[in-house]
Design a protein around this ligand. Structure first.
Ligand SMILES: [Zn+2]
Length: 87
């Protein structure tokens, strides 16, 4: 292995231990849930999910899962979504 590859690996290891260096600005995800596969996206601060629960409540377990997984890389507005309660 050449030395520049080794130094890239070392740098990547160091960066990976410093998650605050990475800010997610958008995501497109395919989520394999218990009842099917759902298309999720984060654009700006807005999450969307193709599942039935999200269609009614603007929040679902799939979005909440991604908010947990990527918490270190999301702004507060991306991290916390309030559920819409139907009238
Ligand atoms: Zn969902």
């Amino acid at each position: 292995m050449n030395s520049s590859f080794i130094s890239m690996v070392e740098k990547a290891k160091r960066y990976a231990s410093e998650p605050e260096r990475i800010s997610v600005t958008g995501l497109t995800v395919e989520f394999h849930g218990n009842n099917g596969t759902h298309a999720l996206a984060l654009r700006g601060d807005e999450w969307t999910c193709g599942c039935d629960h999200f269609a009614v409540h603007s929040l679902c377990a799939h979005v909440m899962t991604l908010q947990r997984l990527f918490a270190a890389h999301l702004t507060p507005a991306m991290k916390y979504t309030s559920e819409r309660v139907p009238a």
